[in-house]
Write a protein that binds this ligand. Structure first.
Ligand code: GLY
Length: 307
């Protein structure tokens, strides 16, 4: 089995001045994840690592740099899924946690549940010895300015245009196990308690060794309405190739919801795709001897490397 890892840093419209840094950070996460995968670590470890790296980077809307809700607080969502047994863990509306993806993995590993929310997730984090961080440590000037801008608008509940900056990763390891991980701060000025697609199994991500692993990004409510990640895998179950399956799922989302989104996916055979219907989706990937990346819809740059 040829291992593959892909990561994304969100779908939407990335402002020009953020394009180069976002792409560089996404490629760095893919490269670091690849080194782990190549050393024999599991797909699950690799996707958690990639997403954690992006949560730690203030450029992305996850971990530090998350969007603020209507009262200026952070509420983060994350989900991880292991394709070998269909095990999954998620958290929603967590506030003072630096790496929600790690907490999601603990939900998967240490509880009999799939998703923990807000106070229950915080109580569980405390029991697992995960330290809380002051909210101020997770809030960036960039997100604060976007929030201030929305606060002055007549109908601030309408979602922002522009990049959502959600992060995600998918991988297949040398044993043929696939995994998916996704993390987000959600939308700017969202209502308190709003749950997006990311922690909802089948919407923000899915992983099944028989079909593949997918991570979604884009308009959360639109993604949830069509259960986007599982919809793509449904098309693969019907015999479609990964790109066509992603395209069918994304076109359905556009036609039925008017929203926008992007997907990254790997298959049990080591095929992969990165596809979006938004103007941009920053993504990067790696297989033995090759690196891939893209930013604008339809981009696919390939770089040969000696290793
Ligand atoms: N797709 C991220 C969100 O809408 O929450």
């Amino acid at each position: 089995m040829m291992p593959v890892v892909l990561v994304h840093g969100g779908a939407g419209t990335v402002p020009e001045y953020r394009q180069a840094p976002n792409l560089a950070a996404t490629r760095a996460a893919a490269e670091s994840a690849w080194l782990l995968l190549q050393s024999g670590r599991s797909a699950l470890d690799v996707v958690e690592h990639a997403v954690k790296m992006m949560e730690d980077n203030p450029l992305f809307n996850a971990g530090v740099g998350s969007h603020l809700n209507e009262v200026g607080e952070i509420e983060q969502d994350a989900m991880i899924m292991d394709g070998s047994m269909l095990n999954s863990g998620g958290v929603t509306c967590v506030k003072n946690i630096a790496n929600p993806i790690h907490l999601a993995r603990l939900v998967m590993n240490k509880t009999g549940h799939v998703l923990l929310s807000e106070s229950g997730a915080h109580k569980f984090a405390h029991a697992m010895g995960i330290p809380t961080v002051p909210t101020a440590q997770l809030i960036t000037e960039y997100r604060k300015n976007l929030w201030e801008k929305r606060r002055g608008q007549a109908n601030p509940a309408v979602p922002d245009e522009g990049s959502k900056g959600t992060v995600g990763a998918v991988a297949i390891d040398r044993n043929g196990n696939v995994a998916s991980a996704t993390s987000t701060g959600g939308q700017n000025y969202k209502m308190i308690g709003r749950v997006g697609d990311v922690p909802c199994i089948g919407s923000g991500g899915y992983a099944d060794n028989e079909l593949g692993a997918v991570s979604s990004t884009g308009d959360g409510e639109a993604i949830m309405k069509v259960v986007l990640a599982r919809l793509m895998l449904f098309h693969m179950e019907q015999g479609k190739e990964p790109f066509e399956a992603a395209d069918l799922a994304l076109q359905h989302l556009v036609r039925r919801t008017g929203g926008t989104a992007g997907l990254i996916a790997v298959t049990p055979k080591g095929e992969w795709t990165a596809h979006c219907v938004s103007e941009h989706m920053v993504w990067a990937g790696a297989t033995q001897g090759q690196r891939y990346y893209g930013l604008k819809r339809g981009d696919k740059y390939v770089q040969e490397v000696d290793e």
